[in-house]
Design a protein around this ligand. Structure first.
Ligand SMILES: Cc1cc2nc3c(=O)[nH]c(=O)nc-3n(C[C@H](O)[C@H](O)[C@H](O)COP(=O)(O)O)c2cc1C
Length: 233
């Protein structure tokens, strides 16, 4: 089934489950304003991630290089889901994830930016929710010192962080710990990309407040890394 079909199907199922209370034409609550165009509630269940790849870890480490030119071919939703799983997927019954986290606090959020939309990864249940339905890559590129890789890759994975989730427990170290976690997640994604025949580059030379604003991140969250991903040109 195509991804859009899955999305539409899930949206329909959700509407049924909620008794259609979320529809704009709901006669029970006529005065409720329509949803803001900046907020979406569409969710998709991502295809189950593979845990049996054909490229060895050693081979992926050996072959990983920062690549900055990509073919424009869009990536299948299953591949995008696999990359997200490598970065922050749930890998244990108690909710622990693919990358380590200080005190299992999980301050990271992953977003995907493609020509079609911006999605937010929901590790619980390996799902994603739509956050925007336009191509934000040109704006991201401009906010990342105009680096061509950001505008050219068919997929940009955004690693955002909310250090506040660590502050109470770790005080002054929250920021450093968060940045360390970003590195763990980004490396997992970079190696997963290689294992899937793809290439990537980690981009930290960016205007974080501007990038966060473009993506409409919730307050307290900030972009740390952009990972353009695609087939090497
Ligand atoms: C913290 C950090 C920030 C980076 N920022 C950028 C960047 O803004 N743009 C870019 O093209 N590469 C960036 N890189 C990639 C490095 O240039 C690259 O890792 C380095 O040249 C070594 O090459 P390799 O990754 O192929 O081993 C960054 C790497 C790291 C670790």
């Amino acid at each position: 089934m195509k991804r859009r079909e899955v999305l539409v199907g899930l949206a329909a199922a959700a509407a049924v489950a909620q008794g259609c209370a979320g529809q704009r034409s709901d006669p029970v609550r006529p005065s409720e304003p329509p949803p803001s165009p900046a907020r979406f509630t569409d969710q998709i269940a991502l295809p189950k991630p593979s845990v049996a790849g054909t490229v060895s870890l050693e081979d992926a480490i050996q072959r990983r290089r920062s690549v900055r030119t990509f073919r424009p071919d869009p990536l299948p939703v299953g591949t995008i889901g696999q990359l997200l799983w490598a970065g922050q997927g749930v890998t244990a019954p108690d909710g622990r994830r693919a990358a380590p986290s200080a005190g299992a606090s999980y301050p990271l959020e992953l977003y995907t930016v493609t020509a079609a939309e911006v999605m937010h990864y929901l590790p619980d249940g390996h799902r994603a929710e739509t956050r925007a339905t336009s191509d934000l890559r040109p704006q991201l590129k401009a906010a990342a010192l105009d680096q061509a890789s950001v505008g050219a890759a068919p997929l940009v994975i955004v690693v955002a962080a909310e250090p506040g989730r660590l502050s109470q427990r770790y005080g002054d170290r929250a920021g450093a710990y968060t940045d360390i976690e970003v590195g763990h997640a980004a490396q997992n994604i970079a190696l997963q990309a290689v294992a899937n025949g793809l290439a990537s580059v980690p981009i930290a030379a960016l205007d974080a407040p501007r990038t966060s604003m473009i993506l409409g991140l919730p307050s307290g969250q900030t972009v740390v890394y952009l990972l353009p991903v695609g087939f090497a040109a």
